[in-house]
Design a protein around this ligand. Structure first.
Ligand SMILES: Nc1nc2c(ncn2[C@@H]2O[C@H](COP(=O)(O)OP(=O)(O)OP(=O)(O)O)[C@@H](O)[C@H]2O)c(=O)[nH]1
Ligand SMILES: [Mg+2]
Length: 460
């Protein structure tokens, strides 16, 4: 779908009223468009690259002035896309910005598709696909950590790591294939033990990079934290207490919440996405049944589960059954309604559940909410990067690419260990090479490119 030679244009700033907007142009028609629409006091129409030029943006036909602007010009190879390009900084506001864009389009550009500027940057080798994905991430970043991570990757931190793997695999392949090609001549066949020595650290490094996926997601999206438990324990009340706002309906009748209710919150700098769910029980209506199915789905995919026990009722057999299904390291048991009974937590050890993290709270009396937040922050910390990160993967595509690489590298390792034929090892290494190159964006199908760029907005 992408990939033509036309000159493209789009508004690159967010739609709405603002002091300034930017209309971006990229392609070989840029000088023609400038000639037709940009009027400045300068006698020249040959613009210096990377400079702001003051003037007016005009209708290309009537020459009516539309706005007073600054025009940034980029000569071929110098701008973001690698093509000849210009950025028109005009006044913000919906009307004047769209007039400037319309004038650019009628002067010869066509409207850019979502992500097309970044796509062209990739096509012109200004960045690889992993860097392009980070462009999207820096735009979407909602925390300082997420922005910092994305910036590092734009600057090539991840790409460097991927390229280092690529280089090592190529080295191994070259050595191996030389020995396959020339075994009849007087060439030393490659020593498998030497290859193994070189392969093992690559495998370890790929594994370590794969481990960055989860903390990256946490940095990017926060922790998906599900409030689950039997009906009426106070899940919705706790959600509201955590948010400091009445987001979810609370009622004395069990079975109040049906649909999942999502709400984001930044607690002490950590980003959470809370999900309130229907109480777990044999549903009394079809609609409630749908809600219970959703609740179990959420429990399955959550980063953290806050299992809410109705402290007034105490720990029931059903609670014990449900809790036993949950992994200890992603579960926090919350004994709510401590204003009615603060001792319910003691029952955990009777059922062998004493190793679970547990706290006591009262959503109504606003007690224990701080303990709940602190316990959540501790769980969040365990899922986050310990300190500075240098190059981390953060998209599903990158993760899949590395998993494929790892699989093939491990196959090569097994074959080496079993002293199997060099052809077999070479095959696995070639698979690994192709997977790592795909991750960097080399030789990827149009389908994959489409998948990456469809997430972008127009103008990026
Ligand atoms: N005494 C007391 N009552 C509470 C507390 N938290 C919630 N409640 C009450 O318990 C009832 C149920 O609260 P909800 O927050 O709706 O409970 P829920 O777990 O979301 O219930 P479902 O949506 O039906 O599954 C309401 O009447 C609340 O006011 C608490 O800490 N102490
Ligand atoms: Mg509820």
């Amino acid at each position: 779908m992408l990939g033509d030679q036309e000159t493209i244009a789009a508004i690159s700033t967010a739609k709405g009223i603002g002091a300034l907007s930017i209309v971006r142009i990229s392609g070989s028609q840029t000088p023609e468009i400038l000639k037709k629409s940009f009027v400045s006091g300068a006698t020249t129409t040959v613009w210096e690259s990377h400079r702001a030029h003051y003037g007016f943006w005009c209708d290309p036909q009537s020459k009516n002035k539309l706005d007073e602007v600054l025009m940034l010009y980029f000569s071929p190879g110098k701008g973001f896309t690698g093509e000849e390009a210009a950025e028109i900084i005009c006044h913000g506001g919906i009307e004047v910005t769209s007039q400037v864009l319309s004038a650019v389009l009628s002067a010869g550009a066509r409207l850019a598709r979502p992500g097309e500027f970044t796509y062209r940057a990739v096509m012109n080798n200004k960045m690889d696909l992993a860097q392009a994905e980070s462009v999207l991430e820096i735009i979407q970043a909602r925390t300082p950590q997420a922005a910092a991570l994305a910036l590092k990757n734009i600057q090539g931190a991840l790409s460097e790591k991927l390229s280092a793997f690529e280089k090592e695999i190529i080295f191994l392949l070259a050595n191996l294939e030389a020995s396959i090609d020339f075994t009849t001549e007087d060439i030393q066949p490659v020593k498998y033990s030497e290859m193994m020595k070189r392969l093992i650290p690559v495998i370890e490094n790929v594994e370590n990079l794969l481990k960055t996926y989860l903390p990256s997601r946490v940095t990017k999206f926060g922790l998906r934290t599900v409030l689950a438990g039997k009906p009426n324990g106070g899940k919705s009340s706790l959600l509201n207490a955590l948010l400091g706002a009445s987001r979810s309906i609370v009622d004395e009748n069990p079975g109040t919440t049906r649909d999942t209710i999502e709400a984001e919150a930044n607690l002490a700098g950590q980003f959470f996405c809370f999900v309130d769910t229907a109480g777990l029980r044999s549903a009394t209506t079809k609609v409630e049944g749908h809600g219970v199915v959703r609740a179990y789905d959420e429990i399955k995919s959550a980063d953290i589960i806050v299992y809410v026990v109705d402290g007034a009722q105490g720990l029931s057999n059903q609670d014990v059954e449900e809790i036993k299904k949950l992994e200890i390291n992603r579960t926090l048991i919350c004994f709510n309604k401590s204003d009615l009974n603060s001792n319910a937590i003691g029952a955990l050890s009777l059922f062998g559940l004493e190793n679970y993290n547990a706290i006591v709270s009262s959503a109504i009396a606003a007690q224990g909410i701080e303990s709940l937040v602190n316990a959540l922050l501790k769980l969040a910390q365990e899922r986050s990067f310990g300190g500075e990160v240098d190059g981390a993967i953060s998209t599903q595509r990158q993760k899949e690419g590395l998993e494929k690489t790892l699989l093939s590298l491990n196959e090569a390792k097994t074959s080496l260990a079993k002293d199997l034929s060099p052809d077999l090892i070479s095959f696995s290494l070639r698979e690994a090479l192709s997977a790592i190159e795909n991750t960097l964006g080399k030789n990827v199908s149009e389908d994959v490119m489409d998948r990456v760029f469809k997430e972008f907005c127009i103008g990026k």
